[in-house]
Write a protein that binds this ligand. Structure first.
Ligand code: CTP
Ligand code: MG
Length: 378
């Protein structure tokens, strides 16, 4: 028979040390409530049931987060011990992992290791070997030393056979503990340690929300945008591309200076920010933009994008042109784009190619530029 796996996610705290004036788990992390990141981590096929503890005051808000995952929200208690005890009453699995909602950075592998350890040894408690030497001190004076080699720092998840941890908690009565392995250790037996993860920190203080731990799996708070522009050739003797004036036996016809690269970049930036396109901001029916310096328009677009709370990270441009030859100008074009956008030169790439004589580009009738940009949400 299949072993049924349950998870309790503890989210019934007040988050006082984080100082948000509300439960820290409802404060934003990478653009969504911190708790939601933790919830997502347990949305895996191997897990059959998830219960999330909540205080009475957060119940509605936490239920709204848990419902889309099909998780149950259960009323917690005054202490974490009480919260777990309440949740355990409703656990129906054979194995239960107990996890702090405040640890969103754990990996899928850690969850699977924890389950495996319970199946093999009856328990599995994530812990990291201490790398700093720890001592006991009283009134600022070292009173005793520890042996670092046998010192571990406990994390969650902590997994147990449900019947064991249920009976441990019921034997514990009203006593309060800092973690579940302590309850298990007191009434059932020595819990088994499995190697935790450095990145599996517990969000405790406000600073922990800003430290930017990237191991979250997808690009939270990041946006990509794509832009394209084409202009046709007319009589002239130079073209302007990415702000660089390049000799040519033709020019690009446009209301502005016809800088297809900058136009594509502007559209990519606006698109990534979820805004309307350059035609909306700089209509070609507006005399103010007649022969406009596209570099200036790009500067305006950058400030619009920044006002939306985004910072450009990298830019990738591809140009299709039968002429002029662009390779000798790529470095200057990159420098210009970097100066205009604030993106470091190493994060900007421009590739250029012909269209092998095919189509309007191949026939030398015009130039097309494509741009792809990545933005970070601040
Ligand atoms: N927790 C809980 N029930 C409580 C207290 C805490 O379910 N009565 C949960 C928290 O929501 C958190 C985890 O236990 O996910 C670990 O606790 P901690 O980091 O101490 O969170 P808080 O108690 O919310 O924070 P603080 O101690 O700063 O108030
Ligand atoms: Mg606490």
């Amino acid at each position: 028979m299949k072993t049924k796996i349950s998870v309790i996610i503890c989210a019934a705290g007040k988050g006082e040390r984080a100082g948000f004036g509300k439960n820290k788990l409802l404060a934003p992390l990478y653009g969504e409530p911190a708790l939601r990141h933790t919830l997502k981590k347990f949305d895996m096929q191997e897990i059959d049931e998830v219960l999330v503890t909540s205080s009475e005051s957060d119940f509605e808000e936490i239920s709204a987060l848990t419902a889309p995952f099909g998780y149950k929200t259960v009323l917690g208690g005054k202490t974490r011990t009480e919260s777990v005890k309440n949740a355990l009453k409703q656990v129906t699995g054979d194995i239960v992992l107990i996890h702090d909602g405040a640890r969103p950075f754990l990996s899928r592998e850690l969850i699977l290791n924890c389950i495996r350890s319970v199946k093999t040894y009856g328990s599995g408690v994530c812990a990291l070997p201490a790398t700093d030497t720890a001592v006991y001190a009283n009134l600022g004076v070292v009173s005793a030393r520890t042996d670092r080699n046998s010192l571990y720092l406990l994390q969650t998840p902590q997994g147990f056979k449900t019947e064991d941890i249920k009976s441990a908690y019921s034997l514990a009565g009203d006593k309060t503990y800092t973690d579940d392995s302590a309850v298990y250790g007191e009434y059932i037996g020595a819990p088994r340690i499995i190697e935790g993860e450095k990145s599996n920190i517990k969000l405790t203080f406000k600073d922990d929300f800003k430290r930017g731990y990237p191991p979250l799996p997808s690009a939270y708070g990041q946006r990509i945008g794509f832009g394209v522009d084409t202009h046709c050739f007319g009589d002239g003797n130079f073209v302007t591309l990415a702000g660089v004036k390049i000799e040519c036996d033709r020019k690009l016809i446009a209301h502005s200076d016809g800088d297809v690269i900058i136009h594509a970049v502007m559209d990519a930036l606006l698109s990534a920010s979820g805004l309307k396109d350059i035609g909306h901001y700089f209509p070609d029916t507006d005399a103010r933009f007649k022969d406009a310096d596209s570099g200036k328009l790009l500067t305006q677009v950058i400030s619009t994008v920044k006002n939306e709370g985004f910072t450009p990270v990298n830019l990738s441009v591809s140009v299709q042109a039968e002429k002029p030859k662009l390779a000798p100008h790529v470095n200057s074009m990159v420098q210009n784009l970097s100066a205009l956008t604030g993106i470091p030169v190493n994060n900007i790439a421009i590739s250029a190619g012909t269209n092998e004589g095919l189509g309007f580009i191949g026939e030398g009738l015009g130039i097309t530029a494509y741009a792809l940009v990545l933005l970070n949400k601040d």
